[in-house]
Design a protein. Structure first.
Length: 522
């Protein structure tokens, strides 16, 4: 396949991309200062903005998620699926097991532990429609949870990863968000249009990392409070944030091949052990039946729920707080996760990348949600443990530790979960820091990562922003900001689909034309 960009970047030294670096860092600092200095006003404005986005663009988000999912499934099953992302005989850089582990760890992280028991309980006790605490509510709760964590979100990761990997490994462009816009903008992607896209990708990634850091610190703090009665306050959270970011930065500096790959394998191993423990010591037969039923409910309702806007009643407000929030959250996480997946997927086919991203981590995710969710719901619905539900609604990060009280070896399991929460937090931050640094640098080949000092800079900036928001009590404001940032980037996703389809067809025509010319020469 012919390269779009004939320029040989392999001989250039890696250096700072000043327009991207300065603009993104300045906007992030400005946003952080405004939220820290004016926490109440910022929260009020951001909440109004989120409600407005949900009311005006709710239908758009629903259609966008469906379009992306249909497109990537079609692409994987089409004739383009057999195309290798790289040279025709190139072998993948990472083993299949390490690749799958990094897919999962980068895409989900700490949120899976945080929401595993809490979200199903929330939907069960306070459903969008119907009576809370009923059998119907329990069934609906698991179907909704599967929807929020299912194919729609992973399709976004697969779309961006495939587009970036195609243009980087098959068309000779840098591994950057701007590269997938080349067919429509051409050389202008090297100017302000490309700088804008990469800068915005850095912005949403930093904001996502800050909220991820907050969730991780809250979860670890809740576990330490449960085990050792450690205070739950901002000072303890500050210490945890600094420790977590120092370890994450060290892993990011070691690079993908060492730090991130090793951590990913550890993450998946720990999660499998915990999941197996809950499955064996919990209501095992109920959990087997629940997994089968939940999967069936999800698959049979996915079409209807994908277009369900809860047009009338209080459920419309619920949808803005949950489903639309999740869709915007997936969009905001997609730039760095998709770019990271592209970074680790050289040598794999388009079909292998898409189906791997869509199905393998998804299977584990849904099994986790089903086992933890059904265990928690069963404890309330069949055993009458109402206290668990009250704690889940009032103190979400504590819900998983309270769940362990109804299983054997409570303290050991809770301690193991604290360790898992700490380790699981690291990989998304590692990969996020690495991708931000890569976006703010230029030169080098697609396999070269940004220099260590640049990764350290972004890690420090993220930590300082998180600490500032923590003391200002503005974590919720930043979480709302990431949802708002997802809206403009959604337009980039549409362009990615159009450009990828257009360029794949062009490559096919070029290959056919080249083959015909070769035949004529003989």
């Amino acid at each position: 396949m012919t390269a779009i960009a004939p320029k040989d970047v392999g001989t250039e030294p890696i250096r700072l991309n000043l327009p991207v670096f300065i603009s993104s860092a300045a906007v992030i600092l400005l946003l952080g200062v405004l939220i820290v200095c004016f926490p109440a006003g910022s929260q009020l404005w951001l909440n109004h903005a989120q409600v407005w986005v949900s009311d005006v663009f709710g239908w758009y988000y629903m259609l966008l998620m469906v379009a992306c999912m249909v497109f990537v499934f079609w692409l994987a099953l089409s004739r383009f699926g057999k195309i290798r992302l790289g040279a025709e005989d190139e072998k993948p850089q990472f083993s299949y097991a390490s690749w799958v582990a990094m897919l999962f760890s980068a895409g989900i992280g700490i949120a899976l532990v945080y929401y595993g028991a809490y979200e199903p309980l929330d939907h069960f006790l306070e459903p969008p429609e119907g009576v809370g605490g009923s059998v119907q509510a329990a069934r609906q709760a698991m179907a909704i949870t599967f929807l929020h964590w299912g194919l729609h979100g992973w399709a976004l990761y697969a779309l961006i990863a495939t587009a970036l990997a195609w243009f980087a490994y098959c068309r000779g462009l840098p591994l950057a968000l701007r590269s997938a816009l080349y067919p429509i903008f051409g050389a202008r992607t090297n100017g302000w249009i490309g700088h804008l896209v990469d800068s915005f990708g850095i912005l949403v990634t930093v904001i996502s990392m800050v909220t991820n850091l907050g969730i991780g610190a809250l979860l670890v703090n809740s576990g330490l409070h449960y085990l050792f009665n450690v205070d739950q306050n901002t000072h303890v959270l500050l210490v945890l944030i600094v420790i977590m970011m120092v370890v994450a930065t060290l892993a990011a500096v070691t690079g993908v091949e060492k730090g991130i790959a090793v951590l990913s394998n550890i993450n998946v191993g720990f999660l499998c052990v915990l999941l197996l423990f809950v499955f064996v010591t919990g209501p095992t037969l109920n959990l087997i039946n629940g997994l089968v039923q939940n999967t069936g409910d999800y698959l049979t309702s996915i079409v209807g729920k994908s277009f369900d806007l809860y047009l009338y009643g209080k459920a419309q407000q619920w949808q803005g707080a949950w489903t639309l929030f999740y869709w915007a959250w997936w969009v905001a996480w997609a730039p760095f996760v998709g770019m990271f997946i592209a970074r680790i997927s050289k040598g794999r086919t388009i079909r292998e990348l898409i189906l791997g991203v869509l199905l393998i981590p998804l299977g584990f995710t849904l099994a986790w949600l089903s086992i933890f969710g059904n265990t928690a719901i069963s404890l309330i619905l069949e055993n009458g443990n109402i206290l668990l539900g009250k704690i889940a609604l009032s103190d979400p990060p504590m819900s998983i530790f309270k769940l362990f009280e109804y299983l054997p070896y409570t303290k050991i399991t809770a301690g193991f979960t604290v360790v898992i929460s700490f380790v699981l937090f690291l990989t998304p931050v590692d990969s996020g820091t690495l991708m931000i640094a890569n976006l703010s640098s230029q030169g080098g080949t697609v396999n070269d990562d940004a220099p260590a000092w640049l990764r350290i800079f972004w890690a420090i900036l993220t930590t300082l922003l998180c600490i500032g928001l923590l003391y200002a009590g503005s974590f919720t404001a930043m979480q709302t900001a990431v949802v708002l940032c997802g809206l403009p980037f959604s337009a980039v996703l549409i362009l990615y689909m159009a450009n990828l389809y257009k360029d794949l067809q062009q490559a096919e025509r070029d290959a056919l034309h080249s083959g015909q010319r070769a035949g004529l020469s003989h």
